[in-house]
Design a protein around this ligand. Structure first.
Ligand code: ADP
Ligand code: MG
Length: 386
C-alpha cells in the first residue's frame, strides 16, 4: 500500500525525522490559510498523487504570497498531472501539500528497501539527490552507498556513520545525519515497510537537515498488524479494476499487454504468462482466481478482465483440482450472460470434472475456442492475436 507525501511526512514527524512546516489542503481557500499560518515569504504547493517526478511535470510550484498559493492550488486541484512516473494517462490531483519554501544548499538521496536476494533491509544513500535512483544505479553505481541491516542486531552505529560519510555530509551535520538513518530504520522496521524514500534530503541555507520529499510503501501482507495505517489508504489512487478485484478476494494485477488471462493457482498463472509471451503476445493481467473459487468469483473475474479496454483476447487456463472444471465453466457462462464478450476466448480445461466442464461450454452456444493442452493453447493464442 502506498500513501501520499503529506501522510508520509506526518509519520516522519512522529519518528523525529525533520520535515518542513506544512499541511494538506483540498481547496484553494484552505491552501491560502495554511500559507498564512506557516508564515514566511515563500511557499511551495505540491500535488498529492501516488507517483513521483512531480517536479518535472509541473506538480511542484513556488508561490510568493498566500494569495498566489491559493491561486496555484486552484490551478492544480482537479488537473490531470502527467509525470514520468504516471504513464501518459496521468493522475487527477485531489489534494495539495502547502509547505514552507526552503533555500536548498545540498540535496541527497536517502532510502530504505527490502533486499530480496539478501533477505534483509538495505539502507541506501547518495550525494546525488533529486534524480531517479534507478538511473543512477545503472549509470554510476559507485555513487551509491549501501548498508545491509542484520535483522537480529538492527542498524549499528558504524553503519549509520558509513552512510553519512559515504554521502558526503558536512562534518557539522554528522550527528543529525546518523540520527535520521536510525529513525528511518526504526520507521521502516516497526511499520513493516517495503520502501521508504527521502528524495531529496536537503541541507537548508540555515544548515538544517530536512526531508523535503517523502515516499512510503507498506507491505500489504503485514497490514493486519497495523490497523491504524489502513485509514491512510486512498482508494481513488488505486487502479479501479484492481480495487474491484480485491473486494472479491481475487488475486489480480493489471499489466500492459492485451491478452487477458484467468487461471487457478499462482504457479499456473506464471506459466500461462510465459506461454503467452512465447506465443508472441503480451498478458494484460495476472489473475489467479484461487483454489476455492466460486461461480460468483469466476463471474467477477471475467467481468474484470473485460473491463480492461486493452484486452483483445482472453485465455482461460484451468487445471481443475479443488476448483472443479464444471464450476469454472458455469462461472464463465454466467459472466457471458451479464457482459457482452466481444473478444475471442481460448479455453483450456483439464483435471477434475473436465468432461462436465467442456460440455457446459459446448452447450452454452457461446463461441469459445477450445484447446486441449498447454501447447495447443499457445498455438491458439497466437492465431487469435494475429
Ligand atoms: P518529486 O520527487 O515528485 O519531483 P519533490 O518533493 O522531490 O517531488 O520535489 C521536487 C523538487 O522541488 C525538489 O527536488 C526540490 O528541489 C523542490 N522542492 C520541493 N519541496 C520544496 C520546498 N518545500 N522548498 C523548496 N523547494 C522544494
Ligand atoms: Mg522527490
Amino acid at each position: 500500500m502506498k500513501i501520499h507525501e503529506y501522510q508520509a511526512k506526518e509519520l516522519f514527524s512522529e519518528f523525529n525525522i525533520p520535515v518542513p512546516p506544512g499541511a494538506v489542503a483540498r481547496d484553494a481557500e484552505e491552501a491560502g490559510k495554511i500559507a498564512e499560518q506557516i508564515g514566511g515569504s515563500r511557499w511551495v504547493v505540491k500535488a498529492q498523487i501516488h507517483a513521483g517526478g512531480r517536479g518535472k511535470g509541473g506538480g511542484v510550484r513556488v508561490a510568493e504570497t498566500p494569495a498566489a498559493v491559493a491561486e496555484t492550488a486552484k490551478e492544480m486541484l482537479g488537473m490531470t498531472l502527467v509525470t514520468p512516473q504516471t504513464g501518459p494517462q496521468g493522475r487527477q490531483v485531489r489534494a495539495v501539500l502547502v509547505e514552507q519554501g526552503l533555500g536548498i544548499k545540498q540535496e541527497f538521496y536517502v532510502g530504505a528497501a527490502v533486499d530480496r536476494a539478501r533477505q534483509c533491509p538495505v539502507l541506501i544513500a547518495s550525494a546525488e539527490g533529486g534524480m531517479g535512483i534507478e538511473e543512477l544505479a545503472a549509470s554510476r553505481p559507485e555513487a551509491i552507498v549501501r548498508e545491509w541491516v542484520d535483522v537480529g542486531v538492527g542498524l549499528a552505529g558504524f553503519q549509520a556513520r558509513k552512510l553519512v560519510f559515504g554521502m558526503g555530509i558536512d562534518v557539522g551535520l554528522v550527528r543529525a545525519g546518523t540520527g535520521i538513518f536510525a529513525q528511518l530504520h526504526r520507521l521502516f522496521e516497526s511499520l513493516d515497510c517495503m520502501l521508504v524514500e527521502i528524495n531529496p534530503l536537503i541541507v537548508t541555507q540555515g544548515n538544517q537537515l530536512l526531508a523535503l520529499d517523502a515516499k512510503i510503501e507498506f507491505d500489504d501482507n503485514a497490514l493486519y498488524r497495523h490497523k491504524a495505517l489502513l485509514e491512510l489508504e486512498d482508494t481513488e489512487e488505486q487502479d479501479r479494476l484492481e480495487l474491484e478485484a480485491s473486494r472479491y478476494r481475487l488475486n489480480y494485477i493489471r499489466l500492459e499487454g492485451d491478452v487477458g488471462i484467468m487461471v487457478n493457482g499462482a504457479g499456473l498463472a506464471m506459466a500461462t504468462m510465459d506461454l503467452i509471451k512465447q506465443a508472441g503476445a503480451r498478458p494484460a493481467n495476472f489473475l489467479d482466481v484461487g483454489g476455492g473459487a466460486t461461480t460468483e468469483m469466476v463471474t467477477k473475474g471475467f467481468e474484470i478482465i473485460l473491463g480492461d479496454k486493452n484486452v483483445r483476447g482472453i485465455l482461460i487456463n484451468i487445471f481443475g483440482g479443488i476448483l472443479r472444471c464444471d464450476v469454472l465453466a458455469n462461472g464463465v457462462v454466467e459472466a457471458a450472460k451479464k457482459v457482452a464478450i466481444n473478444v475471442p476466448v481460448v479455453v483450456r480445461l483439464d483435471g477434475t470434472n473436465v468432461k462436465e466442464g467442456r460440455s457446459i461450454l459446448a452447450r452454452s452456444d457461446l463461441d469459445f475456442i477450445v484447446a486441449d493442452s498447454m501447447a495447443d493453447a499457445a498455438a491458439k493464442v497466437r492465431q487469435m492475436m494475429s
